[in-house]
Design a protein around this ligand. Structure first.
Ligand code: SAH
Ligand code: SF4
Ligand code: F3S
Length: 487
C-alpha cells in the first residue's frame, strides 16, 4: 500500500486537517496560565515527537495547548526542509496565518524545526509575520524567547548542541490515539548522504540515556498505551556509553564506557521485556548498520513488530556511492536475504529517490529490479530535489530533466502499486493479531488497527474497543487495506 501514515508530509492537507482538528481522543493539556499555544507539525515522525516535547516545555511555563488556531496566543509551526515542496507547503501555511494575525495582532508566530535551522534569521526577513525562529536543539529556550517577543523584540535561537536529547522531558501526547506513541532515542545524523539536508538541520548524532527511554515506555504502558515506536534518523547506530555526547563507534570506547554501553539491539530487548502486551516498532533502519545481532533479537520477541523500514534510495551501486550511502546493491540484497531468512513473515518498506544527479535510464532500471527482488509492502517515493548547501548541490549537477524524473517516478509508483496489492492479496485468508487503534474513518461501525507487519486492517466493531488486541481473519483487501472479521 501507499501508506496513509503521515510520515513525510509535504503534501500537507491531510496533516493540516489532523493538526487543526486533532483526533477525537486528542489530549488537551492544561497548564497553570491562560495563554494558549497551538502547534502544527510537518515532516518526519521526529518532528511530531519534538512538538510533544515543545508542548511539555510550554505547559510547564504556564501555557495551555489548544487545537483551535483562532483562540491561540502563540502559534508554532514545526517545519521540514527535506524537499523543496516541503518548504513551500510551510511558506503557504504561514501566508495563510496572515488574516488571523490581522484580526489578532498580539498573536505570536514561531517557526520551529528544520526550516528554522536552515534559514536561521533569514526567516525573519523573508517571512515578515514570523516573531520567533527556533532550531531543533533550542526548544528549552522557548519560554525565554516568548518573553523577548513580549518585550517587543524578535527572537532567534538556532544553536545546535552536542548533548541535547531532551532526555528528562516527558512529552505531552498531542495527537495521540491513546494507544501508540513515539519515543525519540537518537537525535541528529552523522551519515552525510550527499542529497540530504538533515545533518545540517538536526546536527550531529547523539544517543539518549536508555534509562529515560525505558521509563518513558513503562509510563506509557501503565497509562494504557500498547505500542511505542523508537525513533531516530538511523536507529541502528544507537549507542549509549554512559553519558550524553556525540556518537562514538564501539571500538573507540574506553573499557569503562564499554562496560556501561548499550546498543540498539540491547535497548530494543529491554523495551520488549517491559510487557508482552506492549508492541515495539522502530524507524528508520539504515542498511549499512542493521546487524545480525539485532535481527536475532527482533525474531526472538513476538511483541517486536515484524516490519522494517529499510530505505534503499537507489538500486544501482554507482548511484549509491555518489549518494554516499555506505552500501552497495549487493550488500543491501544480502541484508534483505538475512531478514527473510530469520523472519520469513517480516514486511519491508523503503524510501526511493528517482532521478538523482547523473542517474541514467539504465541505472533507474536497477531501482525497478531491486523493487522486484524485495517486493516491498509499500514505499515512500520521491523525485530528487536539490537542497542548498548539501554535498550534491555543491559538487554535482542536478541534470536529470524534470519530466524524466517524473517519468521514472511514475514507473516506480506503478510498480509499487502492483507489489502492495500483491502483498495484501498474500495476506487474504490468513489470521493476524491486530492492535485496535481507532474507529474506521469511513464507517463508525468498524474498527481499524494494524498487524505486526504494519498493514492496516478494518473489521466490524462488535464489542471490541480501541487498545484491545484481537485476532482477525482477513477475507479480502484493497491495495492499501485488509478487510476482515474478528474470530
Ligand atoms: N534517515 C532516513 C531518512 C530520512 S529523510 C534514512 O536515511 O533512511 C526521508 C527520505 O527522504 C529519505 O530516505 C530520502 O528517500 C528522501 N530524501 C531525502 N533528501 C531528499 C532529497 N534531497 N530529494 C528527494 N528525496 C529526499
Ligand atoms: Fe539523511 Fe542519510 Fe542521515 Fe538519512 S542517513 S537522515 S538520508 S543523511
Ligand atoms: Fe524533514 Fe527535518 Fe524530518 S528535514 S524529514 S523534519 S529531520
Amino acid at each position: 500500500m501507499l501508506s496513509e501514515d503521515y510520515i513525510y508530509m509535504e503534501t500537507g492537507n491531510k496533516v493540516i486537517d489532523e493538526a487543526v482538528q486533532g483526533s477525537a481522543t486528542t489530549i488537551e493539556s492544561k497548564g497553570n496560565g491562560n495563554r494558549k499555544v497551538y502547534i502544527e507539525s510537518y515532516g518526519c515522525q521526529m518532528n511530531f515527537s519534538d512538538s510533544e516535547i515543545v508542548a511539555s516545555i510550554l505547559v510547564k511555563d504556564g501555557f495551555d495547548t489548544t487545537k483551535d488556531l483562532q483562540e491561540a496566543d502563540l502559534v508554532l509551526v514545526n517545519t521540514c526542509s527535506i524537499r523543496e515542496k516541503a518548504e513551500q507547503t510551510v511558506r503557504n501555511r504561514l501566508q495563510s496565518f496572515q488574516h488571523v494575525k490581522k484580526a489578532k495582532p498580539e498573536m505570536i508566530v514561531g517557526v520551529l524545526g528544520c526550516m528554522a535551522e536552515r534559514l536561521k534569521s533569514k526567516f525573519l526577513e523573508e517571512e515578515k509575520l514570523v516573531d520567533i525562529v527556533v532550531g531543533p536543539d533550542a526548544y528549552r529556550d522557548l519560554p525565554n524567547l516568548v518573553k523577548q517577543v513580549d518585550e517587543g523584540k524578535k527572537a532567534v535561537n538556532v544553536i545546535l548542541s552536542k548533548e541535547e536529547t531532551y532526555a528528562d522531558i516527558s512529552p505531552v501526547r498531542l495527537l495521540s490515539n491513546g494507544v501508540s506513541a513515539f519515543i525519540s532515542i537518537t537525535r541528529g545524523c552523522d551519515n552525510m548522504c550527499t542529497f540530504c539536508v538533515v545533518p545540517f538541520t538536526r546536527g550531529r548524532e547523539r544517543s539518549r540515556n536508555p534509562e529515560t527511554i525505558l521509563n518513558e515506555a513503562k509510563e506509557l504502558f501503565e497509562k494504557g498505551f500498547r505500542e511505542v515506536t523508537l525513533l531516530g534518523q538511523n536507529v541502528d547506530s544507537y549507542l549509549w556509553y554512559g553519558k550524553e555526547g556525540l556518537k562514538k563507534d564501539y571500538k573507540n570506547l574506553s573499557d569503562e564506557e564499554k562496560e556501561k554501553s548499550m546498543n540498539f539491539g540491547q535497548l530494543m530487548e529491554q523495551v520488549a521485556l517491559i510487557s508482552p502486551k506492549l508492541r515495539v516498532r522502530f524507524s528508520t533502519s539504515h542498511p549499512k548498520d542493521i546487524t545480525d545481532e539485532f535481527l536475532a533479537i527482533m525474531a526472538k520477541y513476538d511483541n517486536i513488530c515484524k516490519y522494517i523500514h529499510l530505505p534503499f534510495q537507489s538500486g544501482n551501486t554507482r548511484v549509491l556511492e555518489k549518494m554516499n550511502r555506505g552500501y552497495t546493491r549487493e550488500w543491501y540484497m544480502g541484508r534483505v536475504d538475512k531478514i527473510k531468512e530469520v523472519m520469513p513473515d517480516c514486511a519491508i518498506s523503503a524510501d526511493i529517490i528517482a532521478g538523482f544527479c547523473s542517474e541514467t535510464a539504465e541505472e533507474h532500471k536497477d531501482t525497478l529490479s531491486m523493487m522486484e527482488y524485495v517486493k516491498y509492502d509499500f514505499s515512500y517515493m520521491f523525485k530528487y530535489s536539490e537542497r542548498p548547501n548539501t554535498a550534491a548541490a555543491k559538487k554535482f549537477e542536478d541534470d536529470v530533466p524534470e519530466d524524466e524524473k517524473s517519468r521514472r517516478l511514475s514507473e516506480i509508483v506503478a510498480l509499487q502499486r502492483d507489489h502492495s496489492l500483491e502483498a495484501n492479496q498474500g495476506y487474504v485468508g490468513k489470521t493476524f493479531e491486530v492492535l485496535i487503534e481507532k474507529l474506521s474513518k469511513r464507517n463508525d461501525q468498524e474498527l481499524a488497527g494494524r498487524t505486526s507487519q504494519n498493514t492496516v486492517v478494518v473489521f466490524p466493531k462488535e464489542n471490541y474497543k480501541v487498545g484491545d488486541y484481537v485476532t482477525v481473519k482477513v477475507h479480502s483487501c484493497t491495495g492499501g487495506t485488509l478487510l476482515g472479521k474478528a474470530i
